[in-house]
Design a protein around this ligand. Structure first.
Ligand code: GAR
Length: 219
């Protein structure tokens, strides 16, 4: 089985990166982590990746004249490590439309809300302020418009009466760690098809599952 070479982009703690690294240890996982990259040299997650024997690199965006210059350096690293897919995992830097288009359908992101609700920052605080009862997280393909793009996976959590943004964030994060490895596996396996904003598994490449329950439409 050929495994897709993946770069994970982080800006801080890197707990989602860890979940992807752990998942990729399984011999039948369809992706391998070829590079962990950060725009912040001091990002805590880099030490974990290094300790795992994974190539790491940091390009401080502040030392570059602008976004284009920064992304040129990033692209050189991606070429050097023969990266085929990029996972943004708490990467807190907007990418230009040029970069995003160059990686169309090969660039995915995890967002701590049930998109299209709560695009942008402070998602848990805003969800609590709105009094929603269901919140969650989304893995999606990246398009030039922030926090848009075809959705690959979502998980929902109930908002509890005594939730604070911290307790809610922690419960959502647990789900992030489950859906991100699963979503990457679907993308890397080549089974995922995209139609407009929707994604689905290509039936012709699905293995027969004896657990599959026939639905009315199947009859
Ligand atoms: C995660 O909750 C991720 O969904 C969020 O940042 C956190 C990073 O945590 N991403 C965004 O808000 C992107 N707009 P981690 O570094 O422990 O994975």
């Amino acid at each position: 089985m050929s495994r897709k070479r993946v770069a994970i982009f982080i800006s801080g703690r890197g707990s989602n990166m860890r979940s992807l690294v752990e998942a990729a240890k399984a011999p039948d996982y369809p992706a391998e982590i070829a590079l962990v990259f950060s725009n912040r040299p001091e990002a805590e997650g880099l030490a974990f990746a290094k300790a795992q024997g994974i190539a790491t690199a940091a390009v401080d965006h502040k030392i570059h004249a602008g976004r284009d210059e920064f992304e040129k350096s990033v692209q050189i690293l991606l070429d050097l490590h023969r990266v085929e897919l990029i996972c943004l995992a708490g990467f807190m830097r907007l990418l230009t439309a040029n970069f995003v288009r160059a990686w169309e359908h090969r660039l995915i992101n995890i967002h701590p809300a049930l998109l299209p609700a709560y695009r942008g920052l402070h998602t848990h605080e805003r969800a609590l302020a709105d009094g929603v009862k269901i919140h969650g997280c989304t893995v999606h393909f990246v398009v030039p418009e922030m926090d848009q793009g075809p959705i690959i996976a979502q998980a929902a959590v109930a908002v509890l009466d005594d939730d604070t943004s911290d307790t809610l964030a922690a419960r959502v994060l647990k789900q992030e760690h489950l859906i991100y490895p699963a979503a990457l596996a679907r993308v890397a396996s080549g089974k995922l098809k995209i139609s407009g904003n929707r994604t689905y598994d290509d039936a012709s490449t699905q293995d027969f599952s004896p657990l599959r329950v026939p639905e009315i439409d199947d009859v």
